[in-house]
Design a protein around this ligand. Structure first.
Ligand code: ZN
Length: 133
């Protein structure tokens, strides 16, 4: 299992971590299989979406803030319920297939670390599963 640190700089942020995943894959020597990406946090998540237009992640974060407002009639006393809810909506893991030593992603797809309660120092874990899956 590999892991790396992501330092976030604002309360809400989507950070492209495709490059980190690719370099871990290259280092592993795995040619075919699957790449599991796991975020061990309750107020952060991982998702796959477009990075060609930087406005896409901005729009996602803006609209998520409307769906799950920062302030509301929440019971959780830590004051970050919106971040917990967003983390569950997005999910803490993704799986990307690996073929010929490459991550199989669509032309416009990138893997994003999603910060919902930053800025913080976060961790991303990656496990490569060799073989035909
Ligand atoms: Zn909390």
């Amino acid at each position: 299992m590999d892991q790396f640190i992501v330092k976030t700089h604002s309360r809400f942020e989507m950070i492209d971590i495709t490059g980190e995943a690719r370099s871990i894959l290259k280092k592993s020597g795995v040619r075919d299989g699957a790449c599991y990406i796991f975020v061990p946090h309750t107020t952060a998540a991982v998702t796959i979406n477009e990075n060609a237009d930087p406005d896409v992640p901005k729009d996602i974060l803006m609209e998520m803030d409307k769906i799950v407002p920062l302030y509301g009639d929440y019971r959780h006393t830590e004051g970050n319920s919106a971040a917990h809810i967003k983390a569950s909506l997005f999910g803490s893991s993704e799986v990307v297939l690996v073929e010929d030593g490459n991550l199989i992603l669509g032309t416009w797809q990138s893997i994003f670390f999603c910060e919902f309660d930053g800025p913080r120092t976060r961790k991303v874990m990656i496990r490569l599963i060799p073989g035909v899956v």
